[in-house]
Design a protein around this ligand. Structure first.
Ligand SMILES: N[C@@H](CCC(=O)N[C@@H](CS)C(=O)NCC(=O)O)C(=O)O
Length: 208
């Protein structure tokens, strides 16, 4: 049985849980990793030397890096709707996935960690939080403009891995206590995502 290791309060773990649920594979979720089970332990570091969740353990071996795991799950289950197998269509999904992991996650760091996690490095650094919020809002407006062009999902009418990673980032943005610009296209997009059975089963709507 496939194993997904990591606390579901992690956005990166939820990417994997959601993708696994979308593909319909059978898996067990070991939520206690990075909670009661230490990811700095030798046992965990043998799975991921970075000591970070998520980790996937399956018949082919062990994987870390959330977006990579999502791509593996889609490819393994031959779900070319989630991750196309033609180069340009696939690159368009991966473009948004890379943007989420690099640009969006980087931009939100000080605001999210400071305001939500109350991380001691950021929580009293109002300049860093303000800069982070400004950049984060600017990037989310890029997504707002894209969604306002039409289409139910990021790549049009087909739900893809881009929607998994961006849907979770959108939830984080909406649930972080910052001032946000109006984003009606993103609000409608979020309602479409929330109506998916896999979200109802695996992604609580109140976790940033
Ligand atoms: N690039 C990695 C980042 C993984 C990561 O930062 N995981 C965080 C949770 S979101 C973590 O394990 N933090 C340590 C901890 O919770 O103890 C990925 O996408 O999988």
């Amino acid at each position: 049985m496939m194993r997904v290791l990591g606390r579901s309060t992690s956005i990166n773990v939820r990417k994997v849980l959601w993708t696994a649920a979308e593909t319909g594979v059978s898996f067990v979720h070991e939520n206690e990793w990075a909670l009661s089970k230490d990811t700095r332990s030798p046992e965990f570091q043998a799975f991921n030397p970075n000591g970070l969740v998520p980790v996937l353990i399956c018949e082919d071996g062990t994987l870390w890096e959330s977006n990579t795991i999502c791509r593996y799950l889609a490819a393994k289950s031959e779900r070319t709707d989630l991750l196309p197998d033609t180069p340009f269509a696939r690159a368009n999904v991966e473009k948004w996935m890379d943007w989420q992991a690099a640009d969006l996650n980087g931009a939100c760091q000080a605001a999210f960690l400071g305001l939500v996690r109350q991380n001691p490095v950021y929580k009293d650094d109002h300049v860093a939080i303000a800069r982070s919020t400004e950049r984060w809002n600017a990037l989310m407006l890029v997504l707002e403009s894209h969604m306002a062009e039409g289409g139910s999902y990021v790549l049009g009418e087909c739900f893809t891995l881009a929607d998994v990673v961006l849907g979770l980032s959108l939830q984080r943005w909406l649930l972080t206590p910052i001032l946000r610009p109006s984003t009606p296209a993103l609000a409608a997009y979020r309602q479409r995502l929330l109506s998916r059975p896999t979200v109802k089963a695996w992604i609580p709507a109140d976790i940033p």
